[in-house]
Design a protein around this ligand. Structure first.
Ligand SMILES: Nc1ncnc2c1ncn2[C@@H]1O[C@H](COP(=O)(O)OP(=O)(O)O)[C@@H](O)[C@H]1O
Ligand SMILES: [Mg+2]
Length: 340
């Protein structure tokens, strides 16, 4: 089946004006989401995941410069007017963020906010919207929905607030849900419940999911395909089996080693890779990962790797795959290691 993908991002580039001049936060990112499928975009904090999602929805500040193309349902999103784009957001592509407290207004009841969100996109009277709000709260598994409608956000737990956000997100039955770290602020048990809820809603409505997470464990549980990002670039992508069982890129391998073992708190364990993602003004020459990479060679320090097509059709941005990369003379280096 080679039907049009639902979302087709090609060579996306985003530049921010900074006091060091224009700097690239996202560079040459290409990814596709097919109808109903789940793509996880994985990478540590600062990898460019949220900027990618914001670029898709055209939510970046006007001062940003973007390049490449974003097609959704066979339309070029860059070509839409702002009011057409507003209709796409929410109705066709919905978004759930990490911290529902920042998306919910503390001054208004959950009912008010749900009713407003529904009436923004659907031709409903207040009474009909309230009825639909109750149905939605039931659908996302909030007990006593009538009472929740009268509650203010601070009266709900983090997990309950995220259920409300998901209720708002699915209200118009969007074809694509973009969830940016939807469970990062929640504890592990609630995280599992929310992930299960998202999967059930996807199964019931055929919604595609672009799931952004720093957590390989979450990606492993949810995704059909995984896109690994580092410092604004895609470094590897493949099916969940390919990436988890046979990772090719040293960064992917390092991320996999940081999946927490059962019983440990995953949030306090991340990240275990030494160092952090470089900031926009601190990009090292050569491969952006070389100074944290256990396998770096001389070439990696000077020349930036391209996304290399491997013999089996996989892609990975790493000079180790290139036969022209000069390796150190192993006999000498091993000999030196044995001196002591
Ligand atoms: N408005 C902005 N202005 C300047 N730099 C930004 C802005 N937003 C994000 N960045 C930078 O872009 C990079 C990618 O950020 P982001 O997409 O938020 O990472 P992630 O979501 O993967 O943690 C980071 O270096 C971040 O500091
Ligand atoms: Mg982010």
């Amino acid at each position: 089946m080679t039907a049009e993908p639902l979302l087709d991002v090609r060579n996306l580039k985003v530049e921010f004006p900074t006091r060091h001049g224009r700097l690239e936060a996202v560079s040459d990112v290409s990814l596709r989401v097919e109808p109903g499928e789940t793509i996880a975009v994985v990478g540590e904090s600062g990898s460019g995941k949220s900027v990618t999602a914001q670029a898709v929805l055209r939510l970046l500040p006007r001062t940003c410069r973007t390049g490449g193309s974003v097609r959704f349902n066979d339309r070029d999103l860059a070509g839409l007017t702002e009011s057409q784009m507003r209709r796409v957001r929410g109705a066709e592509i919905a978004m759930v963020f990490q911290d529902p407290m920042t998306s919910l207004d503390p001054l208004f009841t959950i009912g008010n906010q749900l009713v407003e969100a529904l009436r923004l996109h659907l031709p409903l009277s207040r009474r009909q919207a309230r009825q639909r709000a109750l149905e939605l709260l039931r659908e996302v598994g909030l007990p006593e929905p009538e009472r929740r409608l009268r509650a203010h956000p601070h009266e709900l737990s983090g997990g309950q607030r995220q259920r409300v956000m998901i209720a708002i997100a699915i209200a118009c039955n969007p074809a694509l849900l973009i969830a940016d770290e939807p469970t990062t602020a929640l504890d592990v048990t609630v995280e599992a419940q929310i992930l299960r809820l998202i999967r059930r809603l996807q199964a019931d409505h055929g919604t595609a999911l672009l799931l952004i997470t720093h957590d390989m464990g979450v990606a492993a549980e949810m995704a059909d395909r995984i896109v690994v990002m580092y410092a604004g670039k895609v470094v590897e992508q493949g099916t969940v089996e390919e990436v988890l069982l046979d990772p090719r890129n040293p960064y992917t391998r390092a991320l996999l080693e940081s999946i927490p073992r059962p019983g440990l708190d995953r949030h306090s364990l991340m990240p275990v890779i030494r160092g952090t993602v470089p900031g926009l003004a601190e990009m090292p020459p050569g491969c952006r990962f070389h100074n944290r990479c256990p396998s770096a060679l001389d070439r990696c320090r000077t020349e930036e790797p391209t996304l290399l097509e491997l013999a089996d059709g996989r892609q990975s941005r790493c000079w180790l795959h290139d036969p022209n990369t000069r390796r150190p003379d192993l006999t000498t280096s091993r000999g030196a290691g044995h001196v002591q």
